[in-house]
Write a protein that binds this ligand. Structure first.
Ligand SMILES: O=P(O)(O)OC[C@H]1O[C@H](OP(=O)(O)OP(=O)(O)O)[C@H](O)[C@@H]1O
Ligand SMILES: Nc1nc2[nH]cnc2c(=O)[nH]1
Ligand SMILES: [Mg+2]
Length: 172
């Protein structure tokens, strides 16, 4: 949702950039799992974590991939005390997950950290990996690739389209 304004800056991520950054994440995670360096499974936090999780699981040759779906919503009365809450609406396989040991949980980004905070409570021993991280939520991740300032909104390739842009001299 783009309603957590103000976001003074925009960081526009192309497919190519996302692919490079998700590969960098895989590189960083390689050999760091608890069982001889291996991870048991990759779990994507849907929906944004799915593309990065696909790339990470491909690079690390992990065939067991599951998802957890977290829905965020606003609660509270007036605009001032609006709080962002998160709720799990689809869980991964409970037997496979256990307490999260050996599981790599992947998301595209961490912002306030609410999403990861919730998932971490459920799987405290899992490893939490994000491609992008803002300062407020950074402590919720174990590994991330690129830090982005809190007042920046990250635009992902699945939310964008190529479009015509007026030449500089054509604008008023
Ligand atoms: O750190 P937080 O403040 O919790 O924000 C981070 C979460 O917000 C976005 O997902 P969103 O809930 O918008 O859903 P989506 O992945 O389906 O787009 C993003 O993909 C992260 O999962
Ligand atoms: N696309 C996108 N989703 C978010 N959810 C929380 N923060 C962000 C952000 O910066 N970009
Ligand atoms: Mg998400």
């Amino acid at each position: 949702m783009n309603d957590r304004l103000p976001h003074e800056k925009g960081f526009h991520v192309s497919w190519d950039q996302l692919h490079r950054d998700a590969r960098a994440l895989a590189w960083r995670l390689q050999g760091r799992g608890p069982e001889d360096g291996n991870w048991r499974a990759v779990v994507a936090i849907t929906r944004g974590g799915m593309a990065p999780a696909m790339i990470v699981s491909r690079e690390l040759d992990i065939r067991t991939v599951d998802t957890i779906s977290v829905k965020s919503y606003h609660s509270g009365g007036g605009k001032e005390d609006m709080r962002r809450e998160a709720q799990v609406i689809k869980s991964p396989d409970a037997e496979m997950m256990g307490d999260g040991e050996g599981i790599l949980i992947v998301d595209d980004l961490v912002d306030t950290g609410k999403t990861l905070e919730l998932v971490r409570k459920l799987y405290p021993k899992a490893h939490f990996a994000c491609v992008y991280a803002k300062p407020e939520g950074e402590k919720q991740t174990d590994t991330f690739i690129t830090g982005v300032s809190q007042d920046t909104w990250i635009f992902f390739p699945w939310d964008m389209a190529l479009q015509y842009v007026e030449p500089y001299r054509g604008r008023d």
